[in-house]
Design a protein around this ligand. Structure first.
Ligand code: F6R
Length: 264
């Protein structure tokens, strides 16, 4: 697990560099690049940067396949906060990603367990995710794997905690009742199968979750701690999100001393 502490705009560029390298190379293992997309506010700066590179540098996403992490259950197809619509608006419509190549769990499916199984199968069929962008909740959730989630979990129905619904009420005009109670989310084991995990966190509100993620014991109480068991994780945090890291000084030294050819 590599920790990079830098201003938010630099973190967004670093994450965009990882995506650009993948997209230009075509794939790390399979026949085509497979990108894992997170929603929420933290990755928006990365999507802005990718959209800029598409326009200014000709970065093309043609042929890239993308998989979203999660989706609310029961939000109407045209609801602006449905994650499918968020990702269309924030990334897909701004680059040349083919919307048909962007997949998400179907939170409107009549048979939700079948939709979850189909989603797992689709990720496998695509050859797995090469680079997965992740955020983290204040309670340590990744995707919508809330505390108590099985570390071996697969895509399934989950109930959002009250705290997560309070955090996300800002996307619903501050109306807590408008935030769905249920979601479909990739499981922790699903996420762990992606080949490179790039997690971004900014702001003091994420400091405890980041401390637990990097330095805490692996535990379902802080689901993101399972990432400690992954061989290739980049944790990109600003000073505020890093403020509780016990070894922050060492992470800064190690990153400053890193050979430039190594990348993330
Ligand atoms: C969303 C997702 C969530 C968010 C997390 C942080 O697809 O997977 O885990 O990453 O709730 O959200 P923000 O970035 O809004 O603080």
């Amino acid at each position: 697990m590599e920790v990079v502490i830098a201003p938010a705009d630099r973190l967004a560029r670093l994450a965009a560099d990882v995506v650009e390298r993948l997209v230009r190379a075509g794939a790390t293992e399979g026949g085509h690049a497979v990108l894992g997309l997170a929603t929420g506010s933290t990755p928006l700066a990365v999507y802005d940067e990718l959209a800029r590179r598409h326009v200014e540098d000709g970065l093309s996403f043609a042929g890239v396949e993308a998989f979203m992490l999660d989706e609310y259950v029961g939000l109407a197809a045209d609801h602006p906060e449905r994650y499918r619509n968020v990702i269309e608006r924030e990334l897909v419509a701004r680059v040349d990603l083919d919307p048909a190549d962007v997949h998400g769990p179907d939170g409107l499916a009549p048979d939700l367990p079948a939709a979850c199984a189909a989603y797992e199968a689709a990720i496998l069929e695509a050859g797995g995710v090469d680079v997965q962008i992740l955020g983290i909740g204040t309670d340590g959730h990744v995707a919508f794997n809330e505390p108590g989630s099985s570390l071996a979990s697969r895509t399934r129905l989950k109930t959002l905690t009250h705290g997560t619904r309070v955090d996300n009420a800002r996307f619903f005009g501050g109306d807590l009742d408008a935030v769905p109670l249920h979601c479909l989310t990739q499981g922790l084991a699903t996420i762990m199968q992606a080949r490179h995990l790039v997690l971004l966190a900014t702001g003091r509100g994420k400091a405890e979750a980041v401390h637990q993620l990097v330095e805490g014991p692996v535990s379902a109480l802080w689901p993101a701690t399972v990432l400690q068991l992954h061989p290739h994780v980049s944790v990109l945090v600003d000073d505020d999100a890093a403020c509780r890291l016990q070894l922050a000084g060492f992470y800064r030294e190690a990153y400053a001393a890193k050979p430039t050819w190594q990348g993330l």
